[in-house]
Design a protein around this ligand. Structure first.
Ligand SMILES: [Ca+2]
Ligand SMILES: [Ca+2]
Ligand SMILES: [Ca+2]
Length: 497
């Protein structure tokens, strides 16, 4: 293009310039809809020259607009906030720098269904039945029909839910203290907030070792012996023995768990938590019988019994021995009570005795209650046990009331080796007043009254005959301060001597 000018005087000037005139709009090709989800989709297309990127869309007609003004030839526009399972109408629009606009034909796409809730699973300690630690390991899995992040939340028992957190397939979890069954629940939700049903797994927390009682050796021959004992819950059977009281290197019975494991603590062991407890290899029972064979004749063997419950809590009771070669005949049984007024146990319930006590251990998952009536039922395996361990600053007592006043000169108690009194007063009631007929406060006083048979500790009090209707035993200290006082039987009679 050229411009020529002339003024009134006839002077002429000339100027030239050139411009490019683009009269054609961009050409749109390759319109595609990708990544169609329940609430979003991506629209892409190409243009033959740099142009801006706009998508007009709506569920009835293209009414909303999304895009960007930047001029490109490859266009990508994300549509979000869409409704699931809905048909959308859309067209794409691109304008070049001179404002020439191109538009595609109107097309449709349909968003995905919102889908189903996640499904999943949970297990505690790989499905173990028992644990002795508060710290456990959860194994969690979850699946969803949409490939978005899954969240989870946790709850124990009737507690409250945790906050939602990202799915973690291995999760260190702390169950609440207190022995018993613990159930952990998990729920999941997908990225659309659709919540799963509740899944759960349970494990039984057991932090208390078995209680061993009634340890006896029997059938001792020149080269064999049988050791029997009881536990108050199903437990393993193992006898460790040797010819020295300090080195019992031989054993018979359970192989996996020995007395060396008895010192491992239970419950809260903090950073040292051993998540998975060892499993006993042998079967679990409450009545134990282990035979020792291949023994040397006329030899004293020392032994201890070891029992582990299913959770791996180990109890050891030691201090026993026997001598092979038939040199240890069993002690003669005590004479049976005779009729009349001599050698009749007036404390016995079947003779009208009634027992009351300061307290007694309630029933637990480990065993039945230990009411004072157990101490006068004539059964040397049932026992009264106070509810508090070690007695402490208070005292524990058991009182037996006879059916009527009786002459007595002898009182005997029987306890388990871990549960016998270290300080005890024995009183009888005469004319409404309590009168002491025996007591011990120190081990030297105790020694004269005490005898032992297997794991049973007995105390015998002999005194000048009195006529009484009640007997009271007051205990101030227990042999094992972490145990409660226990009496298998209380006997009160007139020996006639
Ligand atoms: Ca889903
Ligand atoms: Ca236990
Ligand atoms: Ca009893």
């Amino acid at each position: 293009m050229t411009v020529r000018v002339r003024d009134a005087a006839g002077n002429e000037a000339q100027a030239s310039a050139s411009i490019t005139v683009d009269a054609t709009p961009p050409s749109i090709s390759g319109v595609e809809v990708k990544s169609i989800g329940p609430d979003s989709a991506t629209v892409t297309w190409r243009t033959n020259k740099p142009s801006d990127s706009w998508v007009l869309f709506g569920s009835y007609s293209p009414s909303e607009t999304r895009g960007q003004a930047e001029r490109v030839t490859t266009h990508t526009v994300l549509l979000y906030g869409l409704n699931p399972n809905t048909t959308y109408y859309f067209k794409v629009r691109s304008a070049d720098e001179t404002g020439h606009v191109a538009e595609s034909a109107t097309q449709t796409f349909r968003t995905a269904q919102r889908g189903n809730p996640p499904t999943g699973s949970i297990s505690i300690n790989n499905g173990a039945t028992y644990t002795r630690y508060y710290d456990v390991q959860l194994t969690i899995s979850a699946r969803d029909d949409y490939r978005g992040p899954i969240e989870m939340r946790l709850r124990e028992g009737t507690g409250s839910w945790s906050g939602w957190m990202a799915l973690q397939t291995t999760f260190a979890y702390r169950i609440s203290p207190g022995d018993g069954k613990k159930t952990v629940y998990v729920e999941f939700r997908d990225m659309y907030g659709i919540q799963s049903s509740t899944y759960s797994s349970s494990i039984t927390l057991d932090t208390r070792p078995p209680r061993i009682s009634n340890v006896k050796s029997a059938n001792v021959t020149a080269n064999s012996a049988t050791i029997t004992w009881n536990t108050d819950e199903p437990a393993t059977s193992r006898v460790e023995y040797g010819t020295s009281g300090t080195s019992m290197r031989e054993f018979v019975g359970e192989r996996s768990i020995s007395s060396a494991d008895a010192s491992t603590p239970s419950g809260d062991v903090g950073a040292k938590a051993i998540i998975i407890t060892p499993t006993p290899s042998g079967s679990l029972r409450t009545s134990h019988s282990v035979s020792l064979t291949g023994l040397r004749e006329k030899t004293t063997y020392y032994y201890q019994v070891v029992s582990s419950d299913a959770a791996g809590n180990v109890a050891v009771m030691s201090g026993f021995s026997f001598t092979t070669g038939g040199t240890t005949p069993p002690p003669p049984p005590p004479p049976p009570p005779t009729s009349g007024t001599v050698n009749v146990n007036w404390a016995l319930a079947s003779n009208g005795g009634k027992a009351t006590a300061s307290s007694y251990a309630p029933a637990t998952s480990e065993g039945p209650a230990s009411p004072p009536s157990n101490a006068i039922d004539g059964n040397a395996r049932t026992y009264w046990e106070a509810s508090k361990a070690g007695v402490g600053s208070s005292i524990e007592w058991i009182m037996v009331e006879f059916a009527k006043s009786q002459p007595i000169n002898y009182i005997k108690t029987m306890s388990d080796v871990g549960h016998y009194p270290m300080e005890m007063t024995v009183e009888v009631e005469q004319d409404g007043r309590w009168v002491a007929v025996g007591s011990f406060k120190s081990t030297s006083e105790q020694k004269n009254l005490m005898s032992r048979s297997g794991s049973t500790i007995s105390f015998e009090f002999k005194f000048a005959q009195v006529v009484a209707s009640k007997v009271r035993l007051t205990i101030r200290r227990v042999s094992n301060p972490t145990h409660a006082i226990q009496f298998y039987e209380v006997i009160a009679m007139n020996t006639g001597k």
